[in-house]
Design a binder for this molecule. Structure first.
Ligand code: FUB
Length: 334
């Protein structure tokens, strides 16, 4: 009895940690393990969020995410808008609310899937995946704004890439082979838009950022198997020390892998695995950026209470390079 009384504060402390950990969705670290990140994952907790895309502009990091609205237990996505969050220190985040919605594209029918915002000539371009029933599948639209936090408006009044433009991929009608755009504006000013599910492709964007070089057209992107896994979706492109790093979700359930090249369109040399399966979630989708001298990877998992594959949550980790420019495998932190 005396012993129990003596240990009561410790027992109560442990119970409190267990309760907090359950109610906030935080993972408890095994004894001796150190949390490398000074923030708690998931970093977004006020909504279910997915498919992060990061943009560094000035002293601020903007994080654009899809919004998972599926009811608990659902087995399909319910996604109608995209949110923007911002931070100056990776600890304090501001929710700028939904900055773009499927309704902003008069030609679209639903599925506010993954997108990315890039900045050029004082404007912010938001490339998104969205359903377009009239052309038989998912399409890529582009919206524009004078501010990183919107409001964004449809830049074209039609899709930039439609399912009917990519019939050569052999994907069936209503397929989702035209999703998950990622954009690089190279140092020589040429912009590239990479996209695709199962069949990765790219176009060279024109300087206006809302049309592409018709002469080059839509090109297949020849990607190697990395870690023995075939390409699935979720492309992200970034540069480090003059090299092009293309990363994506591979296999099923998805894992994140990368390849490198000396050129923006390949040939691509297998890099390695970035992250293994996301916890409690069948997809993986990520973004990689440098912010204030450190590299970060944003990704999603299903660890918020009530979460899962269709109620995901965005997390963040540090990303490092070794001396040869390889990215070591990244472990999820609590
Ligand atoms: O969020 C809908 C889709 O799931 C995305 O477009 C894919 O990358 C996967 O995360």
């Amino acid at each position: 009895m005396k012993n129990t009384q003596h240990h009561l504060p410790a027992i109560l402390g442990t119970l409190l940690i267990l309760f907090l950990s359950y109610s906030t969705g935080c993972r408890i670290l095994p004894e001796g393990e150190v949390d490398p990140t000074p923030w708690d994952n998931p970093i977004i907790r006020d909504i279910y969020s997915a498919d992060p895309a990061a943009l560094v502009h000035g002293d601020t990091l903007y994080l654009y995410v899809g919004h998972d609205e599926a009811p608990e237990g659902a087995t399909t996505y319910v996604m109608n808008d995209w949110y923007c969050y911002s931070t100056k220190d990776m600890i304090h985040w501001t929710n700028h609310g939904p900055v773009l919605s499927v309704r902003d594209f008069a030609w679209a029918d639903g599925n506010a899937w993954a997108g990315q915002v890039v900045h050029r000539n004082g404007k912010f371009y938001y490339y998104v995946s969205v359903a377009q029933a009239s052309t038989g599948g998912m399409a890529i639209g582009v919206a524009v704004s004078d501010s990183p936090t919107g409001p964004f408006t449809d830049a074209l009044g039609r899709a930039l890439i439609t399912s009917s433009m990519t019939k050569f991929s052999g994907q069936p009608r209503w397929s989702w082979d035209d999703i998950d755009p990622t954009v690089l504006i190279d140092d020589d000013g040429q912009a590239y838009l990479y996209f695709g599910n199962t069949y990765p492709k790219y176009v060279k964007l024109n300087e206006d950022m809302i049309s592409f070089d018709e002469e080059t057209g839509i090109q297949p992107l020849l990607l190697p198997f990395v870690a023995g896994l075939p390409f699935t979706e979720a492309l992200w492109i970034h540069k480090y020390k003059g090299k092009y790093y293309l990363s994506w979700a591979a296999g099923w359930e998805e894992q994140l892998v990368y390849a490198t090249s000396d050129h923006p369109t390949g040939p691509w040399k297998p890099g390695g695995k970035l992250m293994t399966h996301a916890e409690n979630c069948n997809t993986s989708h990520h973004a990689i950026v440098e912010f204030k001298g450190k590299w970060y990877i944003f990704y999603h998992n299903g660890t918020l209470p009530g979460g899962g594959s269709y109620r995901r949550s965005v997390c963040a980790e540090y990303l490092t390079y070794d001396e040869e420019g390889n990215i070591p495998l990244i472990s999820p932190s609590p």
